[in-house]
Ligand binder design. Structure first.
Ligand SMILES: C[S@@+](CC[C@H](N)C(=O)[O-])C[C@H]1O[C@@H](n2cnc3c(N)ncnc32)[C@H](O)[C@@H]1O
Length: 237
């Protein structure tokens, strides 16, 4: 049995399951598996879903939120077909745009219990560029955590593995006390995607350098890999 065959069967399995159970994407099962492992939705009320189209994660979050005043806000470049649930709202926009970020921050009464990002740019086929663009989106999600996430809220973020993700993990550790790497079963084993589950914002947290207003002079970059950095955090499965 080849790996490729297994890989395709797994994709097909979750594709069919999503169709049968009325979910808009196979990704819905990734979020369900994240929840089974980390119980992220327990007592959650406000959820921000970045890169929400076509809406699989929105459906799962909407089902899991028990508070009748809860809100699940989805943002995407693409239009999201209406989800007929009282607790779901959507914004069409580019999260790199500061006005869209302001709109998101203004949409919640109070802070968010969960910020999750499944964002990925359209891949152009040049891996280092695609990976850098994907991590850039993950950095913007981190910036929103600084402003919007509750101190003990959950941050769930997709990353593409490659050189840049190691730097991003360091940035996450500057922001959160708890940082775990997770590969849900529903994620294709050959794909380089991973999900990071983080919690407990640090009081003395530091945003990634590009968002720190105090940095006016270009700093020298230390690009030397730290020995053992690949094992920077434990992988949970
Ligand atoms: C893998 S899909 C998300 C699937 C979704 N979690 C679901 O379950 O249906 C990634 C999404 O990220 C969105 N995206 C990419 N760049 C974005 C940006 N700059 N702002 C907002 N959304 C973006 C894409 O349009 C795409 O819909």
């Amino acid at each position: 049995m080849s790996n490729r065959w297994l890989h395709e069967r797994k994709g097909e399995h979750y594709y069919n399951k999503a169709k049968e159970e009325g979910y808009r994407s196979r990704s819905a099962f990734k979020l369900k598996q994240i929840h089974s492992k980390f119980k992220v939705f327990e007592n959650a009320k406000n959820v921000l879903d970045l890169g929400a189209a076509p809406g699989g994660w929105l459906q799962v979050a909407s089902e899991e939120i028990m508070d009748e005043d809860g809100l699940v806000l989805g943002v995407d470049l693409k239009e999201i077909k209406p989800i007929y649930a009282d607790n779901v709202a959507t914004i069409v926009g580019d999260i790199r745009d500061l006005e869209v970020q302001q709109e998101v921050l203004g949409a919640f009464f109070g802070k968010a219990d969960i910020i999750m990002s499944d964002m990925a740019p359209d891949v152009m086929g040049q891996w280092d560029v695609d990976q850098y663009r994907q991590i850039h989106l993950a950095r913007i999600a981190l910036k929103l955590c600084d402003k919007l996430l509750k101190g003990d809220g959950w941050f769930i973020v997709k990353i593409f593995q490659g050189g840049e993700h190691i730097k991003y993990i360091r940035e996450l550790k500057d922001m959160f006390k708890y940082v775990k790497n997770f590969k849900p079963q529903a994620s294709r084993s050959r794909s380089s995607e991973r999900y990071i589950i983080a919690r407990h914002l640090r009081k003395d947290r530091k945003l990634p350098a590009e968002f720190r207003p105090e940095i006016l002079v270009e700093e020298e970059e230390d690009d030397e890999p730290i020995p053992g950095d690949q094992l920077f955090f434990e992988e949970t499965s």
